[in-house]
Every structure is written in C-alpha cells, then in structure tokens.
Design a protein around this ligand. Structure first.
Ligand SMILES: NC(=O)c1ccc[n+]([C@@H]2O[C@H](COP(=O)([O-])OP(=O)(O)OC[C@H]3O[C@@H](n4cnc5c(N)ncnc54)[C@H](OP(=O)(O)O)[C@@H]3O)[C@@H](O)[C@H]2O)c1
Length: 303
C-alpha cells in the first residue's frame, strides 16, 4: 500500500512540474500574479462605490477601464482633452452599469496645462467629496528612430507622459495624505522596464515614471494606506500608434504601424522577463510578422 502511494506521488511530481511549465509557456504573467489572480480578492467587490479618477479616458485603455470600473459599481471622474469623446464614454458606462448620471463626472483636462491641475483636482474632490483611486493613464507614444528625432519631441514626451502625470499626482496625493488613504495607479508600459526600438523618448518617459513612483512609494512608509502601483502592459490595440509622436512635433504617425518591425517572439520574451505585468487575456493573432495585440483589456490593478 505504502509503495503504491509513493509511486503515485512520484508520478504526480512530474505532472505538477509539467502543468507549471505549460502555465509558464502560455501565461501572460509570472506565477505570483497568476496565483493572486486565482486566489486574490475579486475587483468587483473591492471597487464598488469607490471614486476613481481616470485620465486618458476618452479612448483605448482608459475607455475600457472606465467601462469595466462602471460595471464594478465605481463612481467615475473621466478626464482627457476631448469632451465629446468623454461624454460618449460616459454614456457607454451608464448603459452597461447601474450607475446614475450623477455618478460619472466628465472633467476635461489637458495634462500639458499644469497650471489648471490644481483647479481640476479641486473640482474632482469637491464633486464626490474625496478620491479613492487616481489612474494616471493619459499619454502618447512615439514611433521614430533616435537619429531622426528632434529634441523637441523628447521634450514633448517628457512634458506629457512624465511631468503631466507627476503634476496631477501631486495634487491628488496632497488630498490622499490628508485623508490617510488612497491608491495611485499609473499606466506605465513594458517600455518603462525595457528598451524598445523606435521609442527612445517614450521609453525614457515611462522609465522616468517608474523611477518617480518607486521612489514615492518609499517616501510614503508613514502612510501605509496609500498605495502606489505601476502597471506595465505590453502591446494593446488602441489609438496609441495613430497618435504617436514621430520625428518632428507636428508630423503625425497616421496609420503606418512601424511596430510591425518587432517580431512577436521578441515581445513575448520581453513580456516574460518582467514580473510586474498584469495577468491578462491575450488574443494573439499571428499574421505573418505582425504585432500581436491584446484585444481584451481586463481590469487589473497591481499593488
Ligand atoms: N496601447 C499600448 O500598446 C500601450 C502599451 C503600454 C502602455 N500604454 C499606455 O497606456 C496609456 C493609454 O494609451 P492607449 O493605448 O489607450 O492610447 P490612446 O487610445 O491613444 O489613449 C490615450 C489617451 O490619452 C489622452 N491624452 C493624450 N494627450 C493628452 C493630453 N495632453 N492631456 C490629457 N489627455 C491626453 C487621450 O485623450 P485626448 O486625445 O482626448 O486628450 C486618450 O484618452 C498610455 O499612457 C500609454 O502609454 C499603452
């Protein structure tokens, strides 16, 4: 009998290792995150009624976040420059949730207009009385070779992705430290952890965000209820390439996608090599050497 149990155990060990190997090959996250996604709290219960301010909410990841947060019952402040698009997103959120009109505030905001940020934060705080979560998502990417890119483009990327985000964060952080709680989530990028060709300025701006928020987290040891998180997605299908900076400030990227130069296998390896990626549902459509895309962006807030 003992012999049978021992041999069964010996069979189970390779099986266990095989399952882990398969998980590692097909997963979009490391084991710790995968385990947390199975056993951790469901966002649906934690996010209900919380007040969440999403920047860059007029399209792409920000729009999808707003949509999913609304379904979780969070009250929303939606910000970006295009008010008409924000209103469209608001109506989409109302349609898919039990939220009422007054549960979603559309607050147009230009991340580059730093002098307006104090007033915007005040409006947001006064409307709901407080802010539980700030999601720093607004930003633009870049598609141009370093040697061909004007320094003005680098400045613009830092002004928007780094300083714009820092500015809004500081306004909300003051409120959160007074309150003693809150969560600041910043949508960084895989390019904030590793270098990406054609994106030297974008990658630098996202690395700057990583450095800023990692340091801020260490500064806030006396405020254990203020959580600082960065989320580092890989490629997600959105308007990001269309809106990307190129060699010159006023030159649009349009629909030309130079990311096709990156073979999927490299992206996959880059994703695997970093541990702070959100577990997500990859819908990989391999079309020759085309970039793989995330068609479904599941809500995932990392702490
Ligand atoms: N898509 C990806 O592959 C990917 C991967 C990793 C990380 N990310 C990050 O995810 C975030 C969202 O990108 P996305 O893919 O959703 O791209 P997107 O569809 O182009 O969305 C960008 C958002 O940022 C807003 N924005 C741009 N400039 C702004 C400004 N000056 N002031 C305020 N808001 C501004 C845009 O709204 P308005 O034009 O209305 O202002 C829009 O809502 C970005 O931070 C990006 O770096 C994206």
């Amino acid at each position: 009998m003992e012999c049978c149990i021992a041999s069964a155990l010996w069979c189970l060990i390779p099986l266990y290792l095989l399952v882990h190997l398969l998980c590692f090959m097909f997963a979009d996250a490391d084991f710790t995150l995968l385990w947390a996604s199975v056993t951790g709290h469901r966002p649906e219960t934690k996010l209900k009624s919380l007040v969440v301010w999403v920047t860059g909410a007029s399209s792409g990841i920000g729009e999808e976040l707003a949509h999913q947060l609304a379904r979780c019952g969070s009250r929303l402040i939606l910000s970006a420059r295009r008010e008409d698009e924000l209103n469209r997103v608001k109506h989409r959120c109302l349609d898919c949730s039990n939220l009422q009109d007054e549960d979603i505030l559309v607050l147009p905001l230009d991340l580059l207009e730093r002098t307006s940020h104090e007033e915007k934060a005040k409006t947001a705080i006064q409307y709901f009385g407080h802010i539980d979560i700030l999601i720093n998502n607004g930003g633009r990417s870049q598609r141009s070779l370093c040697l061909e890119t004007s320094v003005d483009v680098y400045q613009a990327l830092m002004e928007l992705n780094f300083l714009g985000t820092v500015s809004i964060t500081k306004k909300v952080l003051t409120h959160m430290t007074r309150r003693g709680s809150g969560s600041i989530v910043t949508v960084s990028s895989l390019a904030g952890l590793a270098g990406v060709p054609l994106s030297t300025g974008y990658s630098a701006s996202k690395h700057a965000l990583q450095g800023f928020f990692n340091s801020l987290r260490n500064e806030l040891t006396d405020s254990p209820n203020i959580l600082i998180s960065t989320v580092c997605p890989g490629p997600v299908q959105s308007q990001i390439v269309h809106n990307a900076f190129t060699e010159e400030l006023n030159k649009c990227q349009g629909n030309v996608d130079r990311t096709t130069a990156l073979p999927p296998v490299l992206l996959r390896l880059a994703v695997r090599s970093h541990i702070c990626l959100a577990p997500n549902e990859l819908d990989e459509q391999e079309k020759g050497a085309e970039l793989q895309s995330w068609s479904g962006c599941r809500l995932c807030i990392l702490h």
